[in-house]
Design a protein around this ligand. Structure first.
Ligand SMILES: [Zn+2]
Length: 612
């Protein structure tokens, strides 16, 4: 009797215990606080520095090892990035065999010279782009340790994203340049070797002091702390900047609550400072010339405009600064800044600026693990870019069309892999980029069709408010949209993200019936979707029949601008056909069309409409 009575009690205690632990286990974020001092030698392109990293283990786990990224070691012949680029079927034109051909003075490297934890040396091993560190004693949950490192590096000749002496003549594009702690989250360590794709960093405060030849102008992440000592366009109005005493200047930057730190540097940079009315300062850095000056002058009006539009649509930009820096090899996003090539036509310059700026929301602040979910960064960014460009140029009535076309090409190419693929492990660059950029954008655009545009837009703001600075994953996103819409959406993720199944619906038959007209629709593609079916009558009026999926457990609200919904019938996904009865006689019907809005990513649109 007692034993039997005790059993549930023990169970209850265990449950309570597990429940409490689960609360801590569920989600946590490691915290970093970087202080770095760097000396750059502009003659040898080598640099040395010290890093003091306060690392807080907020996880419930005891850590016996830590890992740092040493990205510059990828720029050496025979590296994983080099081998991958020389063996993949469709190499990035910017990389190809260029790493393989780098000479000793052109390669990149980043080495730890010493490493101490709380003042005592620790053992470490460099495995190409990852530094593996075996700790002499573990880092316990809820404790902070201080990791002090001396490091030295050589800036590679510009091949991909970062490096020196870019094609446009920019001396330094300093991204992925410092020893960076890998992320540890509820899915464990993410010590991915760098092969040239995506990133994932931890939020923290950065304080960076860079000592460099006094002729160089610097711009990038971070607020400059000594502008009136540095000058170069940073000084306050009316301030007379004293001449530097030696040959160098030490630039002192701080950047709170970011997960990366980039800087560009060139003696020829023109520095434009644009003050926005909401307190944000925009900085532009470019080398003036025939191919740049005119368009970069025009950009001064458009960068603030894009920040305003994005803030309204996706949430307020949270930093007080954004810097557009000429450098790199295309466009790449960093905290509070971007590196873009600058010799472009105006539409191209604006397009790349807007794209990299839009990353500030999805990569910068929401900060999804881009390696695991590249489409939640690149796809959402592409979607936002399309909208922002349409707003700036007031020209494109269907801004997401290009993304749909890109997805259709991918789906028909035979190369498609599920969007759940880790970015490093896609078989081809085509499959990766089309999935991440195009299909990722379609995911959001099509969600407007599933939920209704207004609900999707409100959901995007809710996503921002709920998950900013917290690294949301695909489930987090889906849950926000479920809460905002009241619909069940797991099926949308399972099919569109985790599989390559495609959508194809058709109007099979429209004929007179005893009660009026019978419309038979069929599902040909493997992915089920809700349908908007628009009936146009011979007198020009239109009505809509709406067919949500049973598994949505609800329906979207009537969308503004759409024909009035006269009928709603849920469609079980198991059924390949569905017949709807209309009261109107067959001879009054001019056409029946599935989704005239073209937001449904239907691979065979030819069978979507019948006309009489
Ligand atoms: Zn991008």
């Amino acid at each position: 009797m007692l034993k039997n009575w005790m059993k549930p009690l023990v169970g209850l205690f265990l449950f309570v215990g597990t429940g409490a632990a689960f609360g801590q286990n569920g989600r946590f974020q490691q915290a970093v606080d970087y202080k770095m001092e760097v000396q750059m030698d502009v003659k040898t392109n080598q640099y040395s520095g010290t890093q003091t990293l306060n690392y807080t283990n907020n996880s419930p786990d005891t850590l016996t090892r830590v890992f740092y990224h040493l990205y510059y070691n990828a720029f050496q012949p025979g590296s994983m990035m080099d081998v991958r680029s020389r063996t993949i079927a469709d190499p990035d034109a910017r990389v190809k065999d260029r790493i393989f051909k780098l000479k000793p003075e052109e390669i990149g490297y980043l080495h730890a010279k010493s490493l101490k934890m709380n003042g005592k040396s620790v053992k470490f091993k460099e495995v190409e782009t990852i530094l593996e560190v075996d700790l002499y004693e573990p880092i316990l949950p809820n404790t902070t340790v201080t990791l002090e490192m001396e490091f030295e590096g050589q800036v590679p000749l510009q091949v991909r994203r970062s490096g020196r002496d870019s094609e446009e003549g920019v001396r330094y594009s300093m991204s992925q340049w410092y020893p960076k702690m890998a992320n540890y989250d509820e899915q464990g360590w993410h010590a991915n070797p760098y092969i040239g794709r995506e990133f994932y960093g931890l939020f923290g405060d950065f304080e960076v002091k860079i000592t460099i030849d006094k002729s160089y102008v610097l711009g990038g992440t971070g607020y400059l702390q000594n502008p009136n000592e540095i000058g170069h366009g940073y000084e306050d109005a009316g301030v007379k900047v004293p001449a530097p005493k030696g040959n160098t200047l030490t630039w002192h930057f701080v950047a709170p609550k970011v997960h990366d730190f980039m800087w560009g540097a060139d003696p020829k940079y023109k520095h434009d400072k644009i003050q926005m009315s909401n307190g944000i300062t925009v900085h532009h850095f470019y080398i003036p010339g025939e191919k740049t000056s005119e368009n970069w002058e025009k950009l001064k009006e458009l960068t603030p405009k894009a920040i305003d539009f994005m803030s309204k649509k996706f949430g307020q930009y949270p930093y007080k600064q954004f810097s557009v820096v000429q450098g790199g090899d295309g466009g790449m996003e960093y905290a509070m800044s971007t590196l873009i090539t600058g010799e472009r036509s105006l539409p191209s310059l604006v397009g790349v600026m807007v794209h990299e700026l839009a990353h500030s929301w999805f990569h910068g602040v929401l900060a999804t693990n881009e390696s695991l979910y590249p489409w939640m960064d690149e796809g959402f960014t592409s979607y936002a870019t399309n909208l922002t460009m349409a707003n700036i140029f007031q020209a494109n009535p269907n801004p997401q069309r290009g993304s749909y076309a890109g997805y259709y090409r991918l789906a028909k190419s035979g190369l498609e892999e599920p969007m759940s693929t880790h970015s490093d492990h896609y078989h081809t660059n085509t499959a990766y980029s089309s999935a991440a950029y195009a299909k990722g954008a379609v995911f959001l655009a099509q969600l407007g069709y599933v939920l209704g545009e207004e609900v999707r837009d409100r959901g995007m703001l809710r996503y921002w408010n709920t998950w900013q600075f917290r690294h949301p994953n695909v489930n987090d996103f889906i849950r926000v949209m479920e809460k905002e819409s009241g619909l069940e959406l797991d099926w949308y993720k399972e099919y569109f993200v985790n599989s390559t199944k495609t959508i194809d619906y058709g109007v099979k038959e429209v004929k007179a019936s005893a009660t009026g007209t019978a419309i038979t629709l069929e599902r040909i593609g493997l992915m089920p979707m809700p349908l908007d079916v628009v009936i146009t009558y011979k007198d020009g009026t239109q009505e809509m029949v709406y067919l949500p999926l049973v598994i949505m457990r609800g329906e979207k609200v009537q969308e503004a601008g759409m024909p009035t919904r006269i009928k709603t019938e849920a469609w079980p996904w198991t059924n390949l056909t569905k017949t709807i009865q209309l009261e109107k006689p067959f001879d009054q019907i001019k056409s029946v069309e599935i989704d005239p809005s073209k937001r449904l990513a239907d691979l065979q649109p030819e069978n979507n409409k019948v006309e009489f």
